[in-house]
Write a protein that binds this ligand. Structure first.
Ligand SMILES: Cc1cc2nc3c(=O)[nH]c(=O)nc-3n(C[C@H](O)[C@H](O)[C@H](O)COP(=O)(O)OP(=O)(O)OC[C@H]3O[C@@H](n4cnc5c(N)ncnc54)[C@H](O)[C@@H]3O)c2cc1C
Length: 509
């Protein structure tokens, strides 16, 4: 059944990327009446197009962004504990290149990285002689020395869904496929115009506080909000990735210095692949039009091949994706040349005592989404009459309650209880859905209970589950955001999946 809006929400959040989803989750967990609207699919904006690092950001030390690095470092272990199926540790190898940053500089940076925030699980950095180490096997013999350190990787799009589900579990109303059209300000509430993008039906909603978490669309959305003028200027920066068949054994990734003094990463991806990225290019067009350019592909191949023992070529690329970072200029100045761009976030609050307030979110990283949400609520504390304490530091995200055995223990239980299913398929379910894998499998007792097979190990049962419980509506939602099965399905199989999904109407539509 479509949602019947409540008469008055405390908080209305625009944008179902990681930041909007995290704010909705935090606020609903504090007992507030929350609504979240997303025009497209959840995470279809920037939040499914990241490098998927949950990291302090080693390179931000070079721009003295110590505050951001410390906050982000702290979030790594919090997120690992909240969603152990979606955030996992990774050892990163940073090869030393004599003509680039000197050894002492890297060592010093890593010492900072090790000690800027307390760590309980992630090991510290080390120096490595690649000639006698497995980390050297994928690299050219001329690369003889490296440093290894720890960060985390995460499933960005699934973290978004987990936060949306967390918000829903705490009573938030989720307006999937609803476009925020505009809002009229009244002294103590907002009158919000929402359009269902599927039926074109308009909804009139009222909320005390409006939160603009529209990521790269934050300025254009802000222009439709009565009386809200923002001082900051956004810079859109495109970042692209390529995906190739797996290039090395082992779960470690490489953090590579590029010849233009930037950095690039290469990671094991989805078991059988390696992802390589990212670029940093100005993007002037609409965020939804972003694509990977041929020039970026040349750049990524050239740079990664400076290091790889077995070079990769264009012919190896199986997938590519691009996203837009909504970065803002520090200080909010108009002089783009003199301003610096930060990866941190900033808030602007408009209104307050005698006008309904609006909070606009600028920037923010995948890594800091939970912290950003907690911080946003602290900012609103003086305006909202009452709300409960923050729960997101310790509360598991839906699916994250894997028990003391963690992902391994939970997967072992699944393998035992559903021994008639291939282990690889069960491992995939455990990583994507955590404990909710059991809800997906339900009472299934034999392969036939999974229904129609679309390709790879995708069956109707999973598709139905995703449509009914995770707001999936079209094939892309499933093959590129709820999962990465697009890497394993043919175009014809994806088309059949799309036709099946079009013929089925989920309850929430
Ligand atoms: C290439 C790249 C690599 C990155 N790598 C990392 C990384 O490794 N680690 C890290 O921590 N961060 C990384 N980031 C940054 C991180 O991905 C972003 O900061 C984060 O995803 C931004 O989330 P968001 O919710 O602000 O925006 P988005 O995810 O873009 O969400 C905004 C949402 O608002 C919706 N919306 C817009 N207008 C409307 C409307 N009118 N009505 C309703 N909904 C609307 C959009 O559809 C969209 O879903 C990377 C970013 C890029 C581009």
């Amino acid at each position: 059944m479509p949602i019947a809006p409540k008469p008055l929400y405390n908080l209305f959040v625009i944008g179902g990327g990681i930041n909007g989803a995290a704010i909705a989750c935090d606020a609903a967990g504090r007992g507030l009446a929350v609504a979240l609207a997303e025009e497209r699919d959840f995470a279809e904006g920037t939040s499914s197009r990241s490098s998927k690092l949950i990291h302090g950001g080693l390179r931000y030390l070079e721009t003295y962004d110590f505050r951001l690095v410390r906050h982000a470092l702290l979030e790594r272990e919090i997120l690992m504990a909240k969603a152990p199926h979606l955030v996992w540790p990774i050892r990163l190898v940073l090869p030393h290149v004599p003509s680039l940053r000197p050894r002492w500089m890297i060592r010093l940076g890593l010492l900072f990285y090790d000690f800027l925030a307390p760590r309980r699980q992630l090991p510290g950095s080390q120096s490595i002689d690649l000639r006698h180490h497995e980390f050297g096997k994928a690299l050219k013999p001329s690369v003889t020395h490296a440093f290894a350190y720890s960060d985390c990787r995460g499933d960005d799009a699934r973290l978004v869904i987990a936060n949306v589900q967390g918000a829903q579990a705490h009573g938030a109303d989720i307006f999937a496929r609803h476009r925020f059209v505009g809002a009229r300000r009244h002294p103590d509430y907002w009158q919000i115009d929402l359009e269902n993008t599927l039926t074109k039906q308009r909804l009139d909603i009222q909320a005390k506080i409006l939160i603009n978490a529209a990521g790269p669309w934050v300025i254009s959305v802000g222009e439709t909000i009565d009386g809200v003028v923002t001082a900051r200027r956004l810079r859109m920066v495109r970042g692209s990735h390529i995906v190739v068949p797996r290039l090395w054994e082992g779960e470690h990734g490489y953090f590579l210095q590029t010849r233009d003094n930037r950095t690039m990463e290469a990671f094991p991806y989805e078991d059988d692949f390696t992802s390589i990225g990212t670029t940093d290019e100005p993007w002037e067009d609409a965020p939804e039009k972003v694509t990977v350019s041929e020039k970026e592909i040349d750049y990524m191949l050239d740079e990664v091949n400076q290091y790889l023992r077995n070079p990769v070529s264009r012919a190896d690329i199986v997938w590519r994706y691009a996203g837009v970072r909504p970065l803002f200029e520090v200080g909010g100045g108009r002089d783009g040349e003199l301003s610096t761009l930060t990866r941190d976030y900033a808030f602007e609050i408009n209104g307050g005592q005698d006008q309904a307030p609006a909070l606009t979110i600028f920037g923010g990283k995948l890594t800091t989404h939970r912290r950003l949400a907690e911080h946003a609520m602290m900012e609103l504390e003086s305006i909202l009459p009452w709300f409960g304490a923050c729960r997101t530091r310790t509360e598991m995200l839906p699916g994250g309650d894997l028990g003391s055995g963690g992902l391994e223990g939970f997967t072992a239980d699944l393998l035992r209880d559903f021994s008639w299913l291939p282990p690889k398929q069960l491992r995939r379910y455990a990583k994507l859905y955590g404990t909710r894998a059991r809800a997906l499998l339900g009472s299934a007792q034999r392969p036939a209970d999974l229904g129609l097979r679309f390709g790879a190990d995708l069956y109707a049962r999973e598709v139905d589950y995703l449509m009914d419980n995770e707001w999936a509506l079209a094939a892309d939602d499933i093959v590129w955001r709820r999962s990465k099965l697009g890497l394993r399905l043919s175009a014809a199989e994806i088309e059949t999946l799309g036709a099946y999904m079009a013929s089925r109407k989920p309850a929430w539509v």
